[in-house]
Design a binder for this molecule. Structure first.
Ligand SMILES: Nc1ncnc2c1ncn2[C@@H]1O[C@H](COP(=O)(O)OP(=O)(O)O)[C@@H](O)[C@H]1O
Ligand SMILES: [Mg+2]
Length: 312
C-alpha cells in the first residue's frame, strides 16, 4: 500500500526580492507518512515546516523534488493529489463577508463536491459552529475563525488532514476541542493527520510518529516511543520506607533528595541497568516503600537533536 504522503528530495529556495536575499527553506527533505497515523512535524521556528505544508497545500511552489499524496504525484496528477489532502493553514485567511456556511459551500464548490454530497451542516456541527452558520466571518472570535479554517479543510472529506500550528495562541478549551476533533476524524473517518505544533507535550500525547526538521533538513524520524527511548538518561524515584539517615553515594548514579522525601536516582541506561540501581539502593540500607521511573520527555529529545530551545 502506498504511504499517505511520500516526499522525496524536496527543495525550496525562496528567490531574492528587493531588500531580501534568497533563502533555502527546504534542503532535500525525504519524508514518508504511513496511512492512518497521526504524524507530528516538529522543528524550531524557521525550520521550514510551513513551507513544506504550504507546498502540500499547493500554496507554495517547490523548487525541486517529488511529492506524492495518497499515491498521486503532485506534478503528474495534480487534481487527484489535491483532492486527497485538506490543509488548515497557520495564517488566518478568511473572507470577512462570508458566513461559515457560505465559506464551506464555496470551498466545496472549488473542490468540485456535488451539492448532494456536501456536508456543510455536519461539518459545522463537528467543529462546534452550527449556531454560527449564518454569521459574518468578521463577527467570529479568533477561536471560531480557527475552527472555521479546520471546517474548510474538511469539506471534500480528504484522506489526509494537515494542520499547521492549529493550537498556537489558542486557549485550553479550544485546544482540547481541536484535539478531540482530530482524534475523532482519525479514528472514525480513518483520516491520516499531519500536524505541526510548538507544544511538545501535545505532540508527545497526540502523535504516534514524529519527524524533526531543522534548518530545512530532516534530522530525525521515528515512532514517538522510539524517539523517547533514544535518550539515555533515566531517573528512578524511590519513596524510602523510613527517612534515610544518610544519602548513599553510588558509582555512576547521582542521587537527589527531594523535598517530598523521595530519593531520585539518575543514571545512564547504557551504563547501569534498573536492576543494578535497585540493588544499590537496597545495599545502602534504604527500604523501598514505593518506586517509579520518570519518563524522558520529547522536549529533551528535541533539545538534544536541535541544540536549541524550542519556543513554548
Ligand atoms: N515567502 C517567503 N519568502 C522568503 N522567505 C520565506 C518565505 N516564507 C518563509 N520564508 C523563510 O523560510 C524559512 C522557513 O520558514 P517556515 O517554513 O515558515 O518555517 P517554520 O514554519 O518551520 O517556522 C524561514 O527562514 C523563513 O524566514
Ligand atoms: Mg510555521
Amino acid at each position: 500500500m502506498q504511504p499517505a504522503l511520500n516526499i522525496s528530495k524536496l527543495h525550496k529556495t525562496y528567490t531574492a526580492s528587493k531588500g531580501t536575499a534568497s533563502k533555502i527553506a527546504l534542503n532535500g527533505v525525504d519524508l514518508q507518512v504511513r496511512r492512518g497515523s497521526i504524524f507530528g512535524l516538529l522543528g524550531p521556528n524557521g525550520a521550514g515546516k510551513s513551507t513544506l505544508i504550504n507546498i502540500l497545500a499547493g500554496l507554495v511552489r517547490k523548487s525541486s523534488g517529488t511529492v506524492q499524496i495518497w499515491g498521486w504525484d503532485q506534478d503528474v496528477n495534480p487534481r487527484q493529489s489535491r483532492a486527497a489532502i485538506g490543509v488548515m493553514p497557520q495564517e488566518l485567511n478568511l473572507d470577512p463577508f462570508f458566513s461559515p456556511a457560505a465559506a464551506l459551500e464555496t470551498q466545496a464548490g472549488l473542490y468540485g463536491v456535488a451539492r448532494a454530497d456536501r456536508q456543510t451542516a455536519e461539518i459545522l456541527e463537528i467543529v462546534g459552529l452550527a449556531d454560527k452558520a449564518n454569521a459574518y466571518a468578521r463577527t467570529l472570535s479568533g477561536g471560531m475563525r480557527r475552527r472555521l479554517l479546520l471546517a474548510k479543510a474538511l469539506v471534500h472529506n480528504p484522506h489526509v488532514l494537515v494542520l499547521d500550528e492549529p493550537t498556537a495562541g489558542v486557549d485550553i478549551e479550544l485546544r482540547q476541542m481541536l484535539w478531540e476533533n482530530v482524534r475523532m476524524l482519525n479514528r472514525e473517518r480513518g483520516m491520516t493527520v499531519i500536524l505541526t505544533t510548538h507544544y511538545l507535550e501535545e505532540a508527545e500525547e497526540m502523535c504516534d510518529e514524529i519527524a524533526i526538521i531543522d534548518n530545512g533538513q530532516k534530522i530525525a524520524q521515528d515512532s514517538t516511543t522510539n524517539l523517547l527511548d533514544q535518550l539515555d538518561g533515566r531517573v528512578m524515584v524511590v519513596q524510602p520506607s523510613a527517612a534515610p539517615t544518610s544519602i548513599p553515594t553510588l558509582p555512576n548514579i547521582t542521587v537527589e533528595h527531594r523535598t517530598d522525601g523521595s530519593l531520585a536516582f539518575a543514571y545512564q541506561a547504557r551504563q547501569t541497568s534498573a536492576d543494578q540501581v535497585i540493588d544499590a539502593v537496597r545495599q545502602s540500607g534504604i527500604g523501598i516503600a514505593d518506586i517509579r521511573t520518570e519518563q524522558a520527555r520529547l522536549e529533551d529529545v528535541f533539545l538534544a537533536l536541535t541544540a536549541k530551545r524550542p519556543i513554548k
